[in-house]
Design a protein around this ligand. Structure first.
Ligand SMILES: Nc1nc2c(c(=O)[nH]1)N[C@H]1C(S)=C(S)[C@@H](COP(=O)(O)O)O[C@H]1N2
Ligand SMILES: [Mo]
Length: 305
């Protein structure tokens, strides 16, 4: 089975009007109270890279999360991330770039071509969702910083702020949460930095104010609440690979033929409220093979898992 891509599908086409009206009322109420510019709706173009599968509800997407900085339970991020300060926010961009420095979120977003990208998300734990992200291609920011010819990888780090991130009191993970991509993966047009979902600013539990989304890789690659991006010529250390190298590789491409040592990756549970939760086959590269298989030509994907 191959996924189909279709152009302009906006979230409002696939969300019930009642939901939309409810949310508009909530937003109007919140805006009246807080009057913060962050509450503004994000206008973004639809994308040819979007799937035509129906997105999960906002409720699903914001209540079933992995964000270990806020605890290891699926409902911990929704319960604990509300107190995270996301404004001001900046990303330190360094290493092999022409213009290193601290980039404020405003600078990063200035001129960024925001798009709605409706992507499948496949967690290595064998559950899946469809999320209507708002974001822009990571390549846009890397080009702004000026990638030097010697750079071969991109390393990412999440904020460390134990006062606001209660999960960081556990030493289970050697904070900061770290991730990395090969430069060609980072420059691929499917790879985005998301700043919103369902047309609104990103909820904290989903990685506010800015997180990576790499839809053909297991969800743990899509690092949240990014504060550092480093261009390097060495493969970066990544959190799950550091914890369990036998179980979590650097590439982490979704692959139904390469099982996790403790469970099958052949199928996945689609998260959905009540009886809509269902099981489906997992697709090679999470269904994005036409776009990305060429990146791995000649590689043994069982060895480079
Ligand atoms: N900083 C950080 N980023 C993270 C995680 C995390 O624990 N910390 N969890 C990852 C995992 S395992 C998944 S499946 C996705 C989940 O994204 P979502 O909660 O927005 O669906 O975020 C990824 N990014
Ligand atoms: Mo995950």
């Amino acid at each position: 089975m191959k996924p189909s891509f279709r152009s302009p599908l906006r979230w409002s086409d696939v969300t019930s009007k009642a939901d939309w009206l409810n949310r508009r009322q909530l937003i109007a109420g919140a805006a009246a109270l807080a009057a913060t510019p962050a509450m503004a709706r994000i206008e973004a173009a639809a994308s040819r890279y979007s799937t035509d599968e129906a997105p999960n509800t906002l409720e699903d997407i914001t209540s079933y999360n992995n964000f270990y900085e806020f605890g290891t339970g699926k409902d911990d991020p929704a319960a604990n991330a509300g107190g995270l300060t996301t404004d001001p926010w900046s990303i330190e961009i360094g290493g092999m770039v022409d213009r290193p420095g601290s980039y404020g979120l405003g600078d990063i977003l200035a001129g960024a071509p925001l798009e709605e990208r409706i992507y499948r998300l496949r967690c290595v734990e064998a559950w899946a969702m469809v999320v209507p992200w708002i974001g822009f291609e990571l390549g846009h920011l890397l080009t702004k910083a000026g990638v030097q010819p010697s750079a071969k990888y991109v390393a990412f780090e999440t904020l460390v702020r134990p006062e606001e991130m209660p999960g960081q009191s556990s030493r289970f993970i050697d904070w900061p949460y770290r991730e990395g991509l090969r430069l060609d993966e980072a420059m691929h047009p499917l790879t985005i930095l998301a700043t919103g979902l369902y047309g609104e600013v990103l909820p904290n539990q989903n990685g506010a104010p800015i997180r990576l989304v790499v839809p053909w890789k297991y969800g743990f690659k899509s690092i949240k609440s990014i504060v550092r991006i480093t261009l390097t010529d060495m493969q970066p250390q990544t959190t799950w690979n550091m914890l369990q190298p036998q179980e979590y590789g650097f590439f982490a491409n979704v692959n139904p033929q390469v099982d996790h040592p403790r469970w099958s990756q052949a199928s996945e549970r689609r998260i959905g409220s009540g009886f809509f939760s269902s099981r489906q086959d997992t697709l090679m590269f999470n269904g994005y093979g036409d776009e990305v298989a060429g990146l791995y030509a000649g590689q043994d994907l069982a060895a480079d898992f």
